[in-house]
Design a protein. Sequence first.
Lengths: 115, 116
Amino acid sequence: DTGVSQDPRHKITKRGQNVTFRCDPISEHNRLYWYRQTLGQGPEFLTYFQNEAQLEKSRLLSDRFSAERPKGSFSTLEIQRTEQGDSAMYLCASSLATPLADTQYFGPGTRLTVL
Amino acid sequence: AQTVTQSQPEMSVQEAETVTLSCTYDTSESDYYLFWYKQPPSRQMILVIRQEAYKQQNATENRFSVNFQKAAKSFSLKISDSQLGDAAMYFCAYRSSKSSGDKLTFGTGTRLAVRP
C-alpha cells in the first residue's frame, strides 16, 4: 500500500509525559502536513514541510510541540509535557508541490488521550 | 484570515435520493481552491471533489457535483443517488493559491446519515 501511514494509531498517556508520533508520507510526495482534529471540529493546521524544510507553523503549535522531517522522508511530531487539552486526533497528510497535482492525501491519524 | 462555515451539523437522506450540503467561505483573495473531503467513521479522510476558483465550470466526480458561486462565496456539494457508503462526516476546505499558503482551512463538518 502506498498511502500515508501513521504510527501509533492510538496513544494513551498521563499528563506531563512526552509523546512522539510518526508519519510516513506517500513516497514521491515532497510536502508533508500535520493537522489536529478535536471532537466535533474540522482539522486545524499545525505545520508543514517541503522536503526537510519546515515552511510554516501555526500559532496553535506551542513551544511544547516540535516537528521534524529529517532527510525529507518521514516526519515526527513530539509533544512535551502533555496536557489534557492536547487530547485530539493528529492527522498527517502529504502532497506533491506541483500545481494542479497538489491534492493533500491524509493518513488514518493518531488518536491521543491525555489522562 | 480565511474562514469556512458549514451551517448544517447533521443531514439525513434516503438511499437513492439526492442531498445537498452547504458551505460558505470568506476570503479577500481572488484565486484559491476549494475541496470537499469525506471522513467515514473511524477511517481516514479522502478527497471527494476539488474546484479551482478560476474555473467557472462546476466540478463533477461521478455522483458528486458542486455548485460553486464565487460572488456569493458559496460552495455546495450535491450527492446524487445516495448510497449507504456515503454516510460520513463531510468537510469543506479552502486553500489559498499563493505559494506560501498551502494549508487547508476546514469547516466544522456535516454529518450525513443515509437511511435504507
